[in-house]
Design a protein. Sequence first.
Length: 386
Amino acid sequence: MVSVERCDTYDRVAVMEAVDRALEGLGGMPRFVSPGEKILVKPNLLSPTPPDKAVTTHPLIVEAVVRLIQSAGAYPIISESPGVGTKHSEQRLKEVFETTGMMEVADRTGAELRIELEPIHVSFLEGKFVKGFELLPVFKEVDGIVNLPKLKTHVFMIYTGAVKNLFGLIHGVSKSKFHVRFPNEADFAGMLIDVMRLVEPRLTVMDGVIGMEGNGPGSHGSPRKVGVILAGENPVEVDAIACRIIGMGFDEVPIFEAAKAAGVWNGEEPQIVGTPIEEVMISDFRKPDSQPTEKAILKYELVRKFAGKLMREITSPKPVPQKGRCIACGVCVRSCPQNAIKIKEKVAVVDDSLCIRCYCCHEMCPESAIDLRFSTISRLFRRIIG
């Protein structure tokens, strides 16, 4: 079951009322947390980006959920492992928490804001793709998790929301090895489902007031008003409704096939309470440039099976740093799991022979300086199959 509530603005009162209604549709916050429990509140804090850029979960959504947890008698702890492939430092984490508005939330509510510098290893022998993860230590301390994703597109995974947000529980540079190990979207999705099965969030509340379309999930994407808050127990079901709202088919987004294969989703659209989905659907939500046309998907996957890596090179856009926008800050260098990027003559340069098309550099660049470009052969190929 997924609760859908309209919310057209980040007005404090409007957000609080919409989040409250969304949870009431599921039985209220006391159904998910108990007095005295420690609850990890996990927003999407991809990078040190202001809330109006729609890259991160809005602080008013976080504040509303924190206050409801407190009203239920539980103790909220806000924490997150931002970005991909970046070594954590207290200074960097404070910058992320400050810029995204989390410090203000902690100040206003009295919630704890946890800075975690070192990971812990958590075994997961039941995992189908991974048998253990390096997680934030707070995971072992809390009684439960409330997941607060942002509704966004994603150039690698096509869409990011409830399931993908849990990847942020993996500590800092530990994320990079999974991009190397699982360069294929389907396998990466299977790994994400393993993370979800391990951490088992009790509740997901999605910030879909202002989502992100186009080449998300970072600064290359464009804010887009969606006007909803979604809530549910099963992250896959929340993602399913989010994708229905923005016009993405289940066959376009890799996490859904992975969820079915793992037995955590039956492949059907869940029951909806609250606002009818037809009232909030968007017909022209812009997908990532990396997404093939709908009629080409079947042919594209068949070709990939036979031609493998060569077809990936042809059909996937390449990250291309732009000299006029690149400030040689080195974020892309530190984010690349393949060490495929160097700074040369004050501009980032990608070694295409090492690039695995994970787009971590594009995702993390604070200057929107890395474009995704299709080669001439790739454009011809897409025209033929599309």
